[in-house]
Design a protein around this ligand. Sequence first.
Ligand SMILES: Cc1ncc(COP(=O)(O)O)c(C=O)c1O
Length: 458
Amino acid sequence: MLLNEDEIPRQWYNLAADLPTPLQPPLGPDGNPITPEMLAPVFPMNLIEQEMSQERWIDIPEGILDILYRWRPSPLHRAKYLEEALGTPARIYYKNESLSPAGSHKPNTAVAQAWYNKEFGIKKITTETGAGQWGSALAFACSLLDLECKVFMVRISFDQKPFRKVMMETWGGTCIASPSNETQAGRDILAKFPDTPGSLGMAISEAVEAAVTDPKGETRYALGSVLNHVMLHQTIIGLEAKKQLEKFGEKKVDVVIACAGGGSNFAGLAFPFISDKINGADIDIIPVEPSSCPTMTHAPFVYDHGDTAKLTPLLPMYSLGHNFVPPPIHAGGLRYHGMSPLVSQAIVEGLITPRAIHQLECYKSAILFARTEGIIIAPETSHAVAAAIQEANKAKEEGKEKVIIFNLSGHGLMDLVGYQKFFNGELEDYAYPKEEIYKSLKVLDGLPKPSLAKSGKW
Ligand SMILES: Cc1ncc(COP(=O)(O)O)c(C=O)c1O
């Protein structure tokens, strides 16, 4: 189901305006809420204002829409062939974000963030990337807006996915493996752990340091997920999807599913549906994560830093601890120790129900999807497909004609090494041992606790 250009949403939806309990503020090193001025060396003020906004609807500037038209509105597909293969009475729909130039949902916010930085007079943007989807999306956006772009890519993904670096370079960006010797944070980590596979937490420390130490003050940092303004920019996905479901003749949605690393692709599809749920709709909304990095399903709701070197403010979120180094499974984009504060708050409020799934089930689901619907999906996306299949099978057992929608967050054409390892029988399931999680949570001792935190949960 396609929409015309003139049907594209012209405003983003801000869930912060509708949460039953207001979002708790990020805290500075002294334990007090941070002020916009404190964030000014890291982000441009126009994005800081958006980060703190309580407005329900925020206009999308024409300059951003002009770029988004290159691939938006994105199609909503009915997964008829997958339904047939499963023999389910459910109707399964997927929003196809794999058609963006970089191959995922990430350009929706990369373009917006690059545009706001440019408006503010910034010349260069630094960032981190896990699987490389975000780094390439930002390099793409910066090339269109004539900004320099430097990406710190988690070492293990840098080695597993060399062609993502080539994509970034093709768009004029630079990409280096993290931890690196280019920053103090990187050097400190390498001195302690010379063989570390890296983590998003480490790469964020490096990218933030690289931005704030620019002597000319012309560099800012961009984050590909987690923060409120990133969730906001992605809501165009769910807003389009609602119009498309209506055109398909669907009056009610039963299940909404998306994978969640830092939470942005989930937020993008799900937040407009969470709004319906707050207003009384009966919908199961499921963010899906890997069992090997079980932030939402096994970690506590706490205040924690977004990065290893503790350069970021304390955010109220589900967190496995800022030093958590997840095992090198292939869904690099889902290996983050924390979760978006907005998504975290929606969990605490009982609006959404997270689920963890093992790697092998995800790959099997991805292969069934490729052999029915045709698209070879990213390993991150396979978590959403696996959950959609679980839900479709449940509908079959119950004999119910449910409507299921999931976000196809990216294609997997740069991730074929993972598929190859699966076919060679080299992948295995891995659940992070509870004792190791307890150890990793030790770094939270002494940090402030958000209200609504359940004491002793872990
Ligand atoms: C294809 C794809 N899907 C999902 C994610 C998860 O990120 P987020 O939770 O921010 O959407 C990533 C992250 O890199 C990704 O590349």
